[in-house]
Design a protein around this ligand. Structure first.
Ligand SMILES: *[C@@H]1O[C@H](CO)[C@@H](O)[C@H](O)[C@H]1NC(C)=O
Ligand SMILES: *[C@@H]1O[C@H](CO)[C@@H](O)[C@H](O)[C@H]1NC(C)=O
Ligand SMILES: *[C@@H]1O[C@H](CO)[C@@H](O)[C@H](O)[C@H]1NC(C)=O
Ligand SMILES: *[C@@H]1O[C@H](CO)[C@@H](O)[C@H](O)[C@H]1NC(C)=O
Ligand SMILES: *[C@@H]1O[C@H](CO)[C@@H](O)[C@H](O)[C@H]1NC(C)=O
Length: 469
């Protein structure tokens, strides 16, 4: 038990005797990501009430939203705020710009609003586009300048870091063999780790066991990804024994850091969670698995003493669950819009208990998992709802502009030429596009105009292409 934990326990016992509080009411160190990519979300004021009522102690933002930072003033919630990717290069090249950022986004609110981390950028090293590679170069200089601005104002309690995705390591399996990608190891990771170590900051990492599992569900045990079951894996290099995929992923970061000579930098889980829903062609995305994952996660995080990971047993890992809400304006496969703990109307999608104390038997029973097996059969990509015709026509144009015969059947003389309805034309274009380009990552989404279905939309001679699983 570390000194901090001991103090926490003593304070807790003191409060317990003073107010007769139950252990369950002692605040945890679990935070939540407050993403706002939805057009139907509760107001920031209501959102903060919800975060408090769920008993989160930390909240992570994807910007430095002034309304939210004002509303957090006087609350006990600890905020982590973010410099957005497009702001990095300016800040990296000019101390005056860094000072201005800190003035506008920190000094206006701090210390009435508790700010514990300034995160510079989000998953900056995941994009390999040329224009984004400039950010790689500017990342650590921008972090140094933000810290210098804070120091100049006498602020020592706010740490500076940057959340990275698991793709910074070449492989997570076995964990002891992990090393940082060769294109970033020397140029970015070494200076970044030197900065984090030298400033006693933390390595923020987004860790989703869902992604490796969904990429290889036949070889990875679902329970291993959901932090349960009795499957174990022994790392042949380290001889460490793993009981879950989350620990394996976290330790791969620890091993990669050690290879560059940094053994001790503490980790923060900047994002983790499990999707509560998604498209028909996605398996394992359901309320059952999401609830189980987060329950097991919270149980692990609130264990006393902390469980840590095999490479770092007993260590506390501050964690931000992703995400507060289902966000309907995120692009990509359906699961992207279903990471929430709450519906957009603020009601819970499933029960969670951040104390980790409640026995599983006390929960209302969960719906059975519906799609843990891979999808089998035929799917079409059709018009999702009473769509706006203008938007639908633009979406058809987009699908057809991909060429390669995607819309031949809609052309004069084609099998789906007028007088079929605009909806059937759109469903044809969406399905045909999806069937052709799915293997290259195309999704059935079209800004929410499209969705997958098992029922064949074909009419008469207009045969709509499908994808067979
Ligand atoms: C990391 O920081 C510690 C404490 O300041 C220091 O002793 C150590 O030498 C640093 N490690 C590296 C590799 O710079
Ligand atoms: C693991 O659990 C399953 C089901 O709970 C059980 O059938 C199996 O015997 C267990 N295996 C081991 C090695 O304990
Ligand atoms: C909130 O939204 C969910 C999902 O759309 C719905 O099932 C539920 O009935 C709604 N609850 C209220 C109180 O509006
Ligand atoms: C349909 O969408 C267009 C483009 O987004 C918009 O200008 C128009 O107001 C919408 N019409 C209706 C009825 O919603
Ligand atoms: C279109 O089809 C041609 C010939 O089959 C192929 O070479 C090309 O890669 C396709 N284009 C796309 C974007 O798939």
């Amino acid at each position: 038990m570390s000194f901090c934990n001991l103090m926490e326990t003593l304070v807790a016992l003191f409060l317990l005797s003073l107010f007769g509080l139950s252990m369950a009411e002692i605040p945890n160190k679990i935070g939540v990501n407050y993403g706002m990519l939805g057009n139907n979300l509760p107001s920031p004021a209501r959102s903060i009430e919800l975060i408090q009522s769920m008993k989160f102690s930390r909240v992570k933002l994807y910007d430095a939203n002034p309304e939210v930072l004002n509303l957090l003033s006087g609350t006990k919630l600890q905020a982590s705020i973010m410099v957005q990717n497009h702001e990095i290069s300016g800040i990296g090249s000019s101390q005056a710009i860094a000072d201005e950022w800190v003035r506008n986004n920190v000094l206006l609110y701090y210390p009435d609003t508790i700010i514990s981390f300034i995160l510079v950028g989000n998953e900056v090293l995941s994009s390999t586009l040329d224009q984004d590679r400039e950010l790689w170069r500017d990342l650590v200089p921008a972090m140094r300048r933000i810290r210098a601005s804070l120091r100049a104002k006498g602020i020592r309690t706010i740490k500076v870091s940057t959340p990275l995705a698991m793709d910074v390591v070449e492989s997570t399996f076995p964990p002891s063999s992990a090393k940082f990608r060769s294109d970033i190891s020397e140029s970015v990771m070494e200076p970044l780790l030197r900065f984090l170590n030298g400033t006693r900051s933390h390595f923020f990492v987004d860790v989703y066991p869902y992604f490796p599992w969904s990429g290889d569900p036949t070889n990875i045990d679902l329970d291993f990804a959901l932090l349960q079951g009795n499957y174990t894996y022994t790392d042949p290099g380290s001889r460490l024994v793993y009981t879950n995929l989350l620990d394996q992923m976290l330790d791969s970061i620890t091993f990669a850091m050690s290879k560059l000579g940094y053994e001790k930098i503490p980790l923060v889980i900047a994002e983790t969670g499990w999707p509560n829903g998604g498209d028909l062609d996605q398996s394992g995305v359901n309320v059952h698995n999401a609830a189980i994952y987060n329950r097991n996660l919270i149980k692990k995080l609130t264990a006393k003493p902390p469980s840590g990971t095999p490479a770092r047993p007993g260590v506390n890992i501050p964690t931000f669950i992703f995400s507060l809400y289902d966000e309907d304006q995120k692009t990509g496969p359906g699961s992207e819009r279903h990471w929430g703990l709450l519906h957009p109307n603020g009601t819970s999608i499933y029960e969670i208990d951040l104390t980790g104390k409640r026995p599983i038997s006390q929960y209302k029973s969960l719906p059975l998992p519906t799609n843990n097996e891979p999808c089998k059969g035929e799917l079409w990509c059709v018009v999702a709802r009473e769509a706006n015709l203008t938007e639908l026509r633009l979406a058809i144009e987009y699908a057809c502009a991909s060429g390669n015969g995607t819309c031949d059947a809609l052309m004069p003389g084609g099998e789906c030429q007028e007088p079929v309805s605009e909806y059937l034309r759109a469903s044809y274009a969406f399905s045909s596009f999806w069937a052709r380009f799915r293997s290259q990552g195309a999704t059935c989404y079209f800004n929410g105009l499209a969705e997958q279905t098992t029922s064949n939309p074909s009419r008469g001679s207009c045969k709509v292409p499908s994808v067979t699983f």
